[in-house]
Design a protein around this ligand. Sequence first.
Ligand code: URP
Ligand code: ZN
Ligand code: ZN
Length: 488
Amino acid sequence: MSNYDLKVCGGTVANAAETFQADVGIRDGRIVAIGKDIGGAKRVIDASGKLVLPGGIEAHCHIEQESSGGIMTSDDYYSGSVSAAFGGNTCFVPFAAQHRGQSLRKVLETYHGRAKPKSVIDYSFHLIISDPTDKVLHEELPEAIAQGITSFKVYMTYDKLIVDDSQMLDIFAVAKKHGALTMIHAENNAMIKWMSNKLVDSGHAAPKYHALSHPRSAESEAINRAIELAGFLDTPILIVHVSTEAGARIIAKARYQGHKVFGETCPQYMFLHADQMDLPDMHGAKFCCSPPLRDRASREEIWRCLQNGTFQVYSSDHAPYRFDETGKLHAGPRPDFRKIANGLPGIELRLPLLFSEGYMNGRITLNHFVALAAGNVSRIYGLDHRKGSITEGKDADIAIWDPGVTRIARAKDLHDNMEFTPYEGMEIRGWPTTVIRGGTVIVENNELKAKRGDGQFIARRTIDCTGMPGRLAPELDPTMNFGVDLGL
Ligand code: URP
Ligand code: ZN
Ligand code: ZN
């Protein structure tokens, strides 16, 4: 008799806090049984010798998104989601970017229209807020949060995206009131512009000078400021793509002091280094992203901060721009570094890189791998009612990893719409060989089994601050009762 639509049997199941041998029974897209002798199924997948892990959740990627300079990423919701699926992900949360003058309603309508017919994995969006007008703050943002878009990103740099301190406070106040999380691109704009202009004016315009133009202290200054501004209102924030240990330490110390602050880093700061921006014939442009790659020693520091839990989130920051006039070289064949499209691809290799160098090489445990792959972001971004662990009642989103597979990273084998990978030639041990989304096999035997548009929009929950510490001495302590109601 068939109790289930699908059963994954004989594997080692791991969540963020447990590892055990069990079969997993799936019905109507959900996990309905976990254990031994759970009964028959219409289809059985033998996972003997393999690891049965929650499907990865990619929480920072730029898909079918126009940059503020008007350049479209090379991946749309089809190629981006297919590439994510082959990398062991069953859900992603790309950005829906507001450019100045645009209404959030229209932006969300546009991105829903892009994702729905194409995505093969489940999805949500983070909004990018670049124009926090009264209407945006008091009508459109609360409306978006009510629709399950419970996080948004703000930029402390980039001329066309930057919000000033007072606008950040306005956005934090809305986030606090409605239970949303603000993600922050923390780099000091003035320091970057000042250094960039000095470098170019003195004839230092090659890609490698991009690294010098974004000093480490630009990151530290902005992280400090963001934390103080958010701490003033005691509202949670997440500092994205942290590239320096100094930045990570500021986050760790602030957490100790009771700030509600999370940290994210990315594979480029753990596997790549700034010398790669010095390749001849502009090929260094392939490695330009912001914050920039740092030196080799920094990679070890970032690894340490991942190991010790300073970073709860590990994302690809997949921002795919091809090495041609549609992307990296949109401003001409030899642009100065200020005009090179910023960003690296990495959505497919994010998890295999971490599995190989992190878990297989003994830098992190299997459970820590799962926490970074899916568990932590499911909680932080309000997806844990559906995703993030292999638990009865949750979506049957599963990646079966084979630790016995070794591959060499090659751009030609990847499924994104890029012609290069910055990780070319790296040896990767372990691979997600079967990927299941909502009880349906979407990747198997190196083939895509999913259809365009199979992925569903997931409404995310508001941010639950229960259990998060508060400021030791909040500035706006309600118990002080000055009798002032700021409507916060
Ligand atoms: O260089 C990067 N990271 N480009 C993508 C945009 C961003 O700031 O995340
Ligand atoms: Zn950013
Ligand atoms: Zn990004």
